[in-house]
Design a protein around this ligand. Structure first.
Ligand SMILES: Cc1cc2nc3c(=O)[nH]c(=O)nc-3n(C[C@H](O)[C@H](O)[C@H](O)COP(=O)(O)OP(=O)(O)OC[C@H]3O[C@@H](n4cnc5c(N)ncnc54)[C@H](O)[C@@H]3O)c2cc1C
Length: 402
C-alpha cells in the first residue's frame, strides 16, 4: 500500500482534525463509555469534515479505497482507540439500504444523516472463539424469523440502532446473519466494563422471541439484489475485487478479514503513539547528568519499539493490498497481521512505560492508557491463539480448531 497524494492528503487532514478537535478531550472522555449522543456527534462531524462514514453519500469514496480504512484505523487509534472501535464497529448499518422495507423506513434517514449506530453480534456466553457452535437460533415463521439467544461482549450494543446477529437457521441448518433493527424488532441490552477501550460501549444483547423479516437475512439480501440485476459490488461500497472475497470466503470470514486488518492498524496506531511519546521523553528527561536517551539501554528499547511498530504497519498494509486484490492469501495475511501487531503493541507500550519510569504509571501521562488499550487488543475479533490457528490452517490445509 503506497501513500499516493490523495491518501497522504487524507492522512494529514485526519491527523490535523484529531490533534485539534479530539486529542484535547481524550483523557477526560475516556473515563467511561460514550453516550449515543456523543457518538452521533463524532460521526456527523467526521462525515462532514472528512468524508468518513457509512452514509451512502460518502461511503463509496471512503470504502472504495481500502487504504482510507487502514489509514483511518491507525490515525484515529493513535489518538483514541475507543473512538476507532465505536466508529468502525457500526459497519452493519450499511446493510440497511438492502434490508426489508420496514427496516429501510425506520433506519434509512438515520443512515443518510450519519446518526445510525450499528453492531456485530457473534460472541455468546458459551461460545466466543467457537463461532461455529452458536446457541442463538433463528426459526422461520411465515415471512419472519424468530430469534432467541444471548450475545455478549458486543461493541456498541448499549447504543446500537441495528445489529447484525449470527444465529443458527433451523431451516438451512447453517450459521447465518440477520439484520435486527431496534424499532421494528426491539432487543434488550446491558453494559459491560473492561480494562481498556473504556469509552467504547460494550455490552450484552438479549434476543427473546425477536421477530425479524425474512428480507433481513444477509443471504436473502444478497440474492434479492442479484435477482434485481445488481451484484454485491454495486450493493456495497467496496472495490469489486474485495466483493469477490464475500463469495469465495464465507461472508463472516470475509468480514473478519476486514476487521482484523483494521485491528492490526489500530494496534499500530497505539504503538506509534507510545513510540512518539517515548522518543520525546528520552530527549528531555535526565539521569546521571545526561538525557536518558543517551543511555544505550534506552536506545535499544526505542530500536525494538520502532522495529515492532514498522513491522506491524507493513504487515497490515500488505493485508490491505491482498484484500484489495481479492488475493487468496488475504485471510492468512489479515490474521497474521492482527496476531502480530496486537501482541507487539503490548510490548511497545510496556517499554514505553519503562522509559517513562514512574510517570509512565501515572494518569498524568497517556502511557498507562495506551497500555490498557493495548491489553484489550489480543482478544476481540479472535484471540491471538485463533489467529495462529487460522494461519496454520491456511498454510497447511489442516484445521486445528474445527
Ligand atoms: C472489548 C471487546 C470487544 C468485543 N467486541 C465484540 C463484538 O463487537 N462482537 C462480537 O461478536 N464479539 C466481540 N467480542 C468478543 C470476542 O470476539 C471474544 O471475546 C473472543 O473471540 C474470545 O472469546 P471468549 O472471550 O469467549 O474466549 P474463549 O473462547 O472462552 O477462549 C478462552 C481462551 O481459550 C483459548 N482458546 C479457545 N479455543 C481455542 C483453540 N481451539 N485452540 C487454542 N486456544 C483456544 C482462547 O485463545 C483464549 O485464550 C469483544 C470482546 C472484547 C473483549
Amino acid at each position: 500500500m503506497k501513500l499516493n497524494d490523495e491518501r497522504r492528503f487524507f492522512r494529514d487532514s485526519l491527523r490535523e482534525f484529531l490533534e485539534e478537535e479530539i486529542a484535547p478531550d481524550v483523557e477526560e472522555k475516556d473515563q467511561e463509555a460514550l453516550s449515543k449522543e456523543e457518538v452521533i456527534d463524532y460521526q456527523t462531524t467526521m462525515k462532514e469534515q472528512l468524508g468518513i462514514g457509512f452514509s451512502p453519500d460518502v461511503a463509496e469514496d471512503y470504502w472504495g479505497d481500502l487504504a482510507f480504512y487502514g489509514i483511518g484505523s491507525e490515525e484515529i487509534s493513535r489518538v483514541w482507540p475507543s473512538l476507532n472501535v465505536t466508529l468502525n464497529m457500526s459497519f452493519p448499518a450499511m446493510f440497511v439500504e438492502y434490508a426489508s422495507d420496514e427496516t429501510k423506513d425506520a433506519m434509512m434517514g438515520k443512515l443518510e444523516s450519519a446518526e445510525i449506530i450499528g453492531g456485530l453480534a457473534v460472541s455468546e456466553p458459551k461460545s466466543g472463539t467457537d463461532t461455529v457452535h452458536l446457541g442463538t437460533t433463528a426459526e422461520p415463521d411465515g415471512d419472519e424469523y424468530v430469534l432467541n439467544g444471548q450475545k455478549t461482549w458486543v461493541s456498541n450494543a448499549p447504543i446500537a440502532d441495528v445489529m447484525l446477529v449470527a444465529a443458527h437457521n433451523s431451516e438451512t441448518d447453517a450459521r447465518e446473519m440477520f439484520l435486527v433493527d431496534q424499532e421494528n424488532s426491539p432487543f434488550e441490552t446491558s453494559k459491560l466494563e473492561k480494562i481498556g477501550w473504556k469509552a467504547s460501549p460494550t455490552g450484552e444483547v438479549y434476543l427473546d422471541d425477536v421477530r425479524v423479516p425474512r428480507d433481513n437475512n444477509l443471504s436473502v439480501m444478497i440474492s434479492n439484489a442479484v435477482k434485481e440485476g445488481n451484484n454485491l459490488g454495486e450493493m456495497l461500497p467496496y472495490p469489486d475485487s474485495v466483493v469477490d472475497l464475500f463469495f469465495e470466503l464465507k461472508p463472516l470470514n470475509a468480514i473478519f478479514a476486514f476487521m482484523r486488518t483494521g485491528m492490526a492498524l489500530m494496534a499500530t496506531g497505539i504503538s506509534q503513539a507510545a513510540l512518539e511519546d517515548s522518543v520525546e521523553y528520552a530527549q528531555e528527561r535526565e539521569s546521571f547528568g545526561k538525557k536518558i536517551g543517551e543511555h544505550q539501554l534506552i536506545q535499544e528499547k526505542l530500536y525494538n519499539m520502532k522495529a515492532q511498530t514498522e513491522a506491524s504497519r507493513r504487515l497490515a498494509y500488505h493485508a490491505i493490498d491482498l484484500l484489495s486484490e481479492a488475493d487468496p492469501d488475504a485471510r492468512l495475511m489479515s490474521s497474521l497481521a492482527k496476531g502480530y501487531a496486537c501482541e507487539k503493541c503490548n510490548e511497545v507500550t510496556y517499554e514505553g512505560i519503562q522509559i517513562h519510569g514512574a510517570m509512565g504509571l501515572s494518569e498524568e501521562y497517556p502511557l498507562e492508557r495506551y497500555h490498557r488499550d493495548a491489553r484489550v487488543m489480543t482478544i476481540p475479533d479472535g484471540t491471538t491463539e485463533v489467529q495462529k490457528l487460522i494461519v496454520g490452517n491456511e498454510m497447511l490445509g489442516m484445521s486445528a480448531y474445527s
